[in-house]
Write a protein that binds this ligand. Structure first.
Ligand code: DC
Length: 225
């Protein structure tokens, strides 16, 4: 059977992981969350008390000695850092900022990109990230750039955090989101940008069910071609 690769890129909080996971289930592909790999790498540096922004040589040294692996359990991606399942430890605000900072370091990206390409070579997958369509899988069968306004993305994230009982203000979430957008868009190597041949999906005015339909329609139309 032909291997199909779908790339979904876009800024933080656009709903990539939720929509990619749903679409993967519908089409019987595996879902690969590449952000989790940057998060696990950042967690390693936090555990080692390495200052990601100011001590890049130590980050490069530590990453060379790091094992990142993924597996799927009941369709959900689990991520392992040096053999330990860290899936539930990588969603803190500290790790989010760390991931955005570590993602500017070329040596880190190259290591994680190798892993991503290896998985895509062997499995039909929906892979989400920032540079999947532009850099990781330039020949992906389908490329989607999923976006929404910064305010809408921050509102969704804010509601999620409130539900989890976190004590944050909307302005803090918005400011954090804009900071991550800037980091992701302005880095020199493989920055966040739509691939020339990607399909733009803007979910600013759509609810979850509508966004899901939009993404699934884009994929089924392209698969039929
Ligand atoms: O998707 P996420 O929020 O879990 O990603 C965490 C960080 O990792 C994000 O700030 C950008 C970075 N990232 C990246 O640079 N390239 C990817 N393919 C995926 C994530």
């Amino acid at each position: 059977m032909k291997i199909i690769n779908v790339a979904i890129d876009g800024p933080s909080g656009a709903g990539k992981s939720t929509l990619a996971r749903l679409a993967a289930k519908k089409f019987g592909f595996i879902y690969i969350d590449t952000g989790a790999m940057y998060r696990a790498s950042a967690l390693k540096m936090l555990n080692l008390k390495i200052d990601i922004k100011n001590d890049i040589p130590s980050v490069i040294k530590a990453i060379a000695d790091t094992k990142i692996e993924i597996s799927h359990i009941d369709g959900n991606q689990h991520i392992y850092l040096d053999g330990t399942d860290v899936t539930n430890l990588i969603r803190t605000p500290e790790v989010s900022i760390g991931a955005s900072n570590i993602a500017v370091i070329k040596e880190v990206r190259l290591k994680l990109v190798d892993l991503q390409r290896e998985i895509a070579k062997n499995h039909s997958c929906i892979m989400d990230g920032r540079d999947i369509g532009t850099y990781v899988l330039p020949d992906a069968d389908i490329k989607i750039f999923l976006t929404a306004s910064a305010e809408k993305r921050a509102k969704r994230r804010f509601d999620e955090l409130l539900e989890k009982g976190e004590n944050v203000t909307f302005d803090e979430v918005l400011c954090d989101m804009k900071k991550r957008d800037k980091n992701d868009e302005e880095r020199a190597f493989a920055p966040l940008k739509p691939a020339g041949d990607s399909i733009l999906a803007d979910t600013s005015e759509l609810n979850l069910a509508e966004s899901e339909r939009l993404i699934e329609n884009i994929i089924s139309e392209r698969l039929e071609k």
